[in-house]
Design a protein around this ligand. Sequence first.
Ligand code: NAP
Length: 245
Amino acid sequence: MLADKVAIVTGASRGIGRAISVALAGQGVKVVASARNVEALESLVAEIKTLGGEAVAVVGDVAVEADANNLIEQAVATYGRVDVLVNNAGITRDGLLLRMKNDDWDAVLDTNLKGAFLCIRAAAKFMSKQRSGRIINISSVVGEMGNAGQANYCASKAGLLGLTKSVARELARRNVTVNAITPGFIVTDMTEQMTDKAREAMTEQIPLGRLGEADDVANAVLFLASDQSSYITGQVLGINGGMYM
Ligand code: NAP
């Protein structure tokens, strides 16, 4: 059902974005993979092609308007359409509020929230004309719960939920759905810095008793990108092992 669709994935060079890209390509989707690191993107494209899939790399910083516009334009120029946009690029700059620097606030909001806005605005133009599209925003469970030491990150991820619901209302009549996924703790570079003790404490808070895998998130993306989810918009899907209900 997903075969021959065209999907843009931001933050595709590693972690969850890479798993999403490989999973989509495995379903016959043409993947436009984007991030700032060209070597990592090229290795992803090579991996997808080795597996018999189709992908192209577009280097760019989602927080830069010209790069976001170029990403969508390159997808249309290469494959003629844009069916799915996965806003996955994200960073953390953790620190307690009283010590948080303006730069740490701005960098996280610029990448995680403004970056998604810029990509959505550029893609919505094409999706509205096509009268079809799927926008999937990767938020976080801490955008729902809050987390000490992550005021900037949680604000960006909570903002992404408001953006999701507002754009879902605006684009529904154009047959474009907009949903968010809120992963819990997923094993990637982002969570690797945790000590064993912190990891154990974290696992204790998760009813299913384990951290998540990138593929747990990728599977949810496959569903939200597919025709099977056509009556779902403006929703938040938690992939968190039950840590937030
Ligand atoms: P990761 O391993 O650190 O990967 C982040 C990705 O985003 C990389 O591909 C990075 O590529 C890209 N990126 C960062 N800044 C960018 C920018 N300005 N422009 C374009 N690409 C940029 O992180 P992850 O764990 O896979 O997380 C992926 C998403 O899931 C993030 O939005 C994160 O907030 C969210 N999430 C993760 C977890 C978790 O437990 N891991 C939980 C909840 C939510 P380059 O450095 O090459 O640009």
